[in-house]
Ligand binder design. Structure first.
Ligand code: ZN
Length: 134
């Protein structure tokens, strides 16, 4: 059901500051930046081969990314796996008794359908499932 790693989500205080490092020193390029208001987050995607780094900056002091940084500091926040059919993947996991943060997919950056699994079920890593065209 999983076809590849779609992206790696990295929580940062400032996309502008972190972006300088990724672009000037690592030679990656910010392909696009987008605000996902519902998640109180600004997102920048930097392609790396056929995977992406997703830099996440909170737009509000009480957003999930701000809380993550307050607890754990900046760093890898989640890993997103690409799936072909997110509804089917969620149904299969739910059927198997896996706790889900999102039982139904929601809209993520770039028009993707996304859902998070509960990190208590995934041995500590926040996992996102992601279905998108392309
Ligand atoms: Zn993500």
């Amino acid at each position: 059901m999983i076809t590849k790693i779609d992206h790696i989500g990295i929580a940062v205080r400032s996309i502008e500051e972190a972006g300088k490092f990724y672009e000037a020193l690592l030679g990656l390029k910010i392909e696009k930046t987008e605000v996902v208001a519902e998640q109180k987050v600004k997102v920048a995607f930097l392609p790396v081969g056929d995977c992406k780094v997703e830099l996440l900056e909170s737009t509000e002091p009480d957003g999930p990314v701000a809380k993550y940084i307050a607890n754990k500091g900046e760093g890898v926040q989640h890993i997103a796996f690409r799936v072909e059919n997110i509804e089917a993947a969620l149904a299969a996991l739910k059927e198997a008794g896996v706790r889900l943060i999102d039982e139904l997919p929601r809209r993520g950056a770039g028009g993707a359908k996304i859902a998070f699994l509960h990190p208590k079920e995934t041995f500590g890593t926040l996992l996102e499932l992601c279905e998108r065209e392309e």
